[in-house]
Design a protein around this ligand. Structure first.
Ligand code: ADP
Ligand code: MG
Length: 310
């Protein structure tokens, strides 16, 4: 079978309407019913003319679709997402989400947003599987968000520190950062820049011999809590440490080895530092030992912060 994903506009409204009707009327009855069932060819034409959408075809036959929200939204809204009965489980839905992700990136969105019905656990599980995290629940609607990662090249240790310094102004009290990377990757180096950017007291050093160190702020900003996760059983244990500050008042940075356990906290910034291989920078500067820093924001906290210009 050949699966094709195509961009559609107002001219394809009738095809999209047929798919929406078939997909949404096959769902269990819900109260209130899905708005999708109230769509007409005309209403879909208007929506598609405005923002476009995607249609999936299996051997030419229309089997799935989605509509895009406005391009002015930082996070691309995806709606009227459905696959016709009998064609579910053919990889159609996954292909649609991937294509929507490409579209969102190409159009400069920082991520994607969907509303799922709380009565449909399989639908929630689907979005979860595709990296969407629950941001907000209102009545029967669960807003789920997936934020895109940002990649920054840091050719030298100074660049790693500068990146930390640039990130600092985007942080606020209560933030949690999980740093992943091999020993010597540059986690502490990066945190040193973060400490400088936050203007906290005390030298930021490897926390290996203490579980956590608190660096109070020199001004009114948040303290920096620097944690070595190797010595910590889980993030819950952080609360049990008798720190001189509450985590709500601090920016917490956890240096993790690798294989980050999921579900540490709903909102977190996961930062992975990897040695860049075959990088051109090394040819230009013999002293460079380049790394790539991958910043993956997760959760509602980060949906409003733009890491794209770091
Ligand atoms: P970790 O905390 O991940 O174990 P550290 O930050 O303690 O790593 O050590 C990283 C070492 O690598 C430091 O000595 C740093 O100066 C050096 N280094 C060289 N190039 C880079 C780079 N591009 N980014 C970060 N650190 C670098
Ligand atoms: Mg370290």
């Amino acid at each position: 079978m050949t699966l094709q994903i195509q961009h559609v506009d107002g001219a394809d409204a009738a095809l999209v309407h047929a798919v929406v009707r078939a997909a949404f009327s096959s769902r269990p009855p819900m109260d209130p019913p899905a708005d999708a069932l109230a769509e007409t060819v005309e209403s879909l034409r208007t929506a598609l003319e405005l923002n476009g959408g995607l249609l999936a075809r299996l051997d030419g036959e229309p089997v799935g679709c989605l509509l895009f929200g406005p391009d002015s939204d930082p996070l691309l809204l995806v709606r009227r997402f459905g696959v016709v009965p009998g064609r579910q489980g053919s990889g159609v839905a996954g292909a649609l989400v991937r294509a929507a992700g490409e579209h969102a990136r190409a159009h400069g969105h920082r991520g994607m947003r969907v509303y799922a019905r709380i009565e449909l656990p399989r639908s929630l599980a689907f979005w979860d599987h595709h990296g969407f995290v629950t941001c907000h629940t209102e009545g029967v609607l669960v807003e789920m968000v997936r934020l895109f990662e940002t990649r920054v090249q840091v050719p030298t240790a100074d660049d790693a520190r500068d990146l930390g310094r640039r990130l600092a102004p985007l942080l606020r009290a209560g933030d949690l950062i999980i740093l992943t990377g091999d020993l010597g990757a540059g986690k502490t180096t990066f945190t040193r820049g973060l400490g400088a950017g936050l203007d906290v007291r005390g030298e930021v050093t490897s926390p290996t011999f203490v579980i956590a160190r608190v660096h109070p702020n020199n001004g009114d900003g948040p303290a920096l809590v620097h944690v070595d996760a190797y010595r910590l059983g889980g993030i819950d244990e952080l609360d049990d440490l008798d720190l001189d500050t509450s985590l709500e008042d601090a920016v917490t940075v956890v240096e993790w080895g690798e294989g980050l356990a999921e579900g540490l906290a709903d909102d977190r910034l996961e930062i992975t530092i990897v040695r860049a291989v075959g990088d051109d920078v090394a040819d230009v500067d013999a002293d460079a030992d380049p790394r790539e820093v991958i910043l993956q924001p997760i959760g509602a906290r980060w949906s409003t912060t733009d890491l794209g210009n770091l």
